[in-house]
Design a protein around this ligand. Structure first.
Ligand SMILES: [Zn+2]
Length: 295
């Protein structure tokens, strides 16, 4: 084929004419069509990362908040530190889920996840602050058990202000509950978070009793606590247990929340080393559905 110098010029002219018609049509249509934004804003996830306090050894206690609905749910992992490290990994998995699926959260909800409420206890077992992998976890039983406590050797789930006593129990052992209710910086951080944000319900992840527990202090179980315990239990398959009676527990976080009128449930995973994501996602989704219907 012979090169013709006129061909490119014809193509350029035709392109310019076509563009001109397009711009004219667009500008013309803008006069009558409803306003359409020229730039689409990225979806706002309203994610807010905060440090709500520090551990005895100065590690951050972090929170991740999603959504901006009027009903606020808090999910807390790792109160028992490295001994229950799977509850921390489950909480991080939930954070990733909320990042990846912003539409999963109903409009009327705000969710805060506090993945690691006892970071010193986790550090003792995994040797890391913040996120960790299963391969970081110690296998020595004594190390794992010691990771239950904070750096003052206090069982944090005995340090809250409900029937508090200086010594409490864990199975057959006597454990320190601190020198007073909220004597530990980690429990203070949770108390201050609750007083600042007034969550409508708090869900704690522990392990390994394979059950969902209601909560109470001196006034009995709140009706909403029973409702969310049953919702989570039915969806996840963890059995619903109204009250823990294997041994006496004093100073637990859930009892303190009940005493100030905040529904709280404890979800105990089936093992110490699985996150049982599908079961927990089913439970979380059931709670979302419950609070969406409640609006
Ligand atoms: Zn626990």
């Amino acid at each position: 084929m012979r090169f013709s110098p006129t061909k490119p010029i014809v193509i350029i002219v035709l392109t310019l004419v076509a563009l001109g018609i397009g711009v004219f049509a667009f500008v013309g249509s803008r006069k009558t069509a409803p306003e359409i934004p020229l730039v689409v804003e990225p979806v706002k996830r309203n994610q807010k990362h905060a440090v709500i306090g520090h551990s005895v050894e100065g590690r951050d206690i972090e929170s991740y908040t999603y959504g901006n609905g009027a009903t606020h749910l808090a999910f807390i992992g790792g109160v028992h530190g490295g001994y229950e490290w799977n509850s921390v990994l489950l909480a991080y998995r939930f954070i990733d889920f909320l990042e990846e699926n912003p539409d999963a959260l109903p409009d009327n909800l705000t969710v805060t996840v506090i993945p690691s409420a006892n970071p010193d206890g986790v550090y003792r077992v995994v040797g890391k602050s913040g996120r960790f992998a299963v391969t970081d976890v110690a296998t020595d039983q004594q190390t794992l058990a010691s990771g239950r406590f904070n750096a003052n050797e206090v069982d944090l789930n005995r340090n809250f202000d409900c029937k508090w006593k200086p010594e409490s129990t864990w199975k057959t052992k006597v454990v320190s509950a601190g020198s007073a209710p909220f004597s530990e910086p980690e429990t203070k951080a949770l108390r201050d978070f609750v007083s600042e944000y007034h969550p409508d319900a708090v869900i704690f992840w522990h392990s390994q009793a394979n059950a969902v527990y209601a909560s109470e202090c001196r006034e009995g179980i709140l009706p909403k606590t029973l409702a969310i315990m049953n919702a989570y239990s039915e969806a996840s398959g963890y059995s619903a247990v109204k009250s823990f009676d294997s041994y006496e527990i004093t100073g637990d976080a859930e009892g303190w929340l009940a005493s100030i009128g905040v529904p709280a449930i404890t979800v105990e995973l089936k093992t110490h080393d699985t996150i049982e994501w599908e079961r927990n996602l089913a439970g979380i989704t059931a709670l979302f559905g419950y609070y969406e219907r409640e609006r």
